[in-house]
Design a protein around this ligand. Sequence first.
Ligand code: IMP
Ligand code: MG
Length: 178
Amino acid sequence: MSTVKIKDKEFSIFIPETQILEAIQRLANKINEEMEGKNPLFVGILNGSFMFAGDLMKCIKTNCEISFIKVASYSGTSSSGEVKQLIGFNDSIKGRNVVILEDIVDTGVTLENIINQLKEHEPADVRLATLLYKPAAFRKTFKIDYVAMEIPNDFIVGYGLDYDGYGRNLRDIYKIVE
Ligand code: IMP
Ligand code: MG
């Protein structure tokens, strides 16, 4: 499929699955090297990170745990700028080496809020891994440890990412046609 229609919007193919999986393998190699022996706890941010987390974890070789939390900050195609509470956050992370898994870092508002909430639980270390990063939209200063792919400031769907709840099931990533 080279184009898809979701609700009122048209999207065209942007990053095919093969490229996504190659980028994830490269990211996993780096994480495997740096987290070896650290018993990391991976924390995926739902809903968007479910495919990324699944494919990434298949490439992780070191002993680890994986858990998920949920947060929502987006409605439609522009950030609402308002961040909601974390849901499902009940694992003990005190003293753990946490690696947060995000689908995309846009303004960085969501992730900054999650980091701050996580830090209250006294982890030994918090690292950030994201499938996609939009440097032109980023408004924060925190460091993102693991970035699979940098993309321009366009709205995208697929591979876990949605437009108003739809499009998460697409195996490739699509870009909005303006
Ligand atoms: P931020 O708080 O602006 O960094 O937005 C992060 C969240 O917004 C991500 O976890 C996504 O759920 C959503 N998001 C940001 N950009 C896009 C996009 O291009 N497509 C779909 N969702 C996006
Ligand atoms: Mg989302």
